[in-house]
Design a protein around this ligand. Structure first.
Ligand code: TA6
Length: 308
């Protein structure tokens, strides 16, 4: 199968539930149709752009205005932010959220496990990444398990001769009926950096968090489960995690949505980002040869569920 300037072949055998196809812009995409759930994953960035549990509604949101071209970020889905989060402090010209989401990841293994489909991707350092603002040797392994839950696991191995520091996030865009009727729980009492107001230490008040304007918050010391009460969607989306000490909550609201060319003017109404991450003061410090894993498990609970 050729896609744009490159021919892509799955180096591994794919089970009947997984198809390698040309996605938008001709970018190679895996289409997963398992018994427990279905998903789409672009090889560029190992970027999950869709997931729905069987019998359920879509959970992951994707902009209808996204770009799809080699080396351009896809807007929505679950971008892998690595090895930095946001703009790069050393190089303003470096891509937002690191290079991992812009690189083609290798398919390492795809298996059907009961009702689930397990897919493993890998990214190693390259001449291009070593020329970036983070010039270290590494191996990233990303495991996606598609079923009635969606489990994502990002494992970074430090292949450099010395210790390295990096940031990472699973920058997950969730689909909601109306963000104005959405409540976020699990962050009570946490301290956050308000990246809209540029204030570094704000205490989160009582539960739940409602989005009522542009919201861009990095919650530090937030290691627990977060739930999204999608009132209009008549469901609760639960985001559990391990190996992540921080959480970003983001909605661009009206003006920022209009300012983004790859984001529909009214799309802010139908999405919210809840991003398990290690960023800022919670960046990961990794000794040579060591590895670190961040995992998140997403599932859908009935409306009114408050268990977290
Ligand atoms: O995570 C929030 C944020 O850093 C916002 O400031 C905004 O820049 C957004 O990420 C953009 O994310 P994307 O991955 O879609 O480029």
């Amino acid at each position: 199968m050729t896609s744009g300037q490159r021919t892509v072949r799955a180096a591994v055998e794919l089970p009947p539930s997984v198809l390698l196809e040309q996605g938008h812009g001709g970018l190679p995409r895996l289409r997963v149709a398992g018994r427990g759930g279905s998903a789409e994953i672009y090889l560029q960035g190992a970027h999950v752009t869709a997931w729905r549990p069987t019998g359920g509604e879509p959970v992951i949101w994707l902009s209808r205005a996204s770009n799809y071209s080699p080396g351009a970020p896809i807007r929505g889905g679950i971008p892998i932010c690595f090895p930095w989060f946001g703009p790069n402090a050393l190089d303003p010209s470096a891509p937002l959220h690191g290079f991992a989401r812009l690189q083609d990841w290798e398919i390492v293994e795809v298996n059907e496990v009961g009702d689930d489909v397990s897919l493993t991707f890998r990214l190693n350092d390259s001449e291009q990444t070593r020329a970036s603002a983070w010039p270290f040797r590494f191996e990233a392994t990303y495991r996606v398990v598609v079923g009635t839950t969606l489990q994502l696991s990002l494992e970074i191995t430090n292949r450099s001769g010395g210790a390295v520091a990096f940031e990472e996030a699973l920058h997950t865009y969730f689909s909601v009926g109306d963000v104005r009727d959405t409540a976020v729980r699990g962050l009570a009492g946490a301290t956050y950096q308000d990246r809209v107001l540029g204030v570094t230490q704000v205490q989160q008040g009582v539960e739940p968090l409602h989005v009522e304007n542009e919201t861009d918050r990095l919650y530090l010391d937030s290691t627990g489960t977060v739930t999204i009460e999608d009132t209009d969607g008549d469901r609760v989306i639960r985001v559990r995690k391990e190996g992540s000490d921080a959480t970003v909550v983001w909605n661009p609201w009206i003006d920022k949505s209009k300012a983004m060319g790859d984001f529909g003017d009214d799309e802010w109404l139908e999405m919210i980002c809840i991003e398990p991450c290690n960023a800022g003061s919670s960046e990961v410090l990794l000794d040579s040869g060591a590895r670190h894993r961040m995992t998140t498990t997403i599932d859908v609970l009935p409306a009114g569920s408050l268990e977290i």
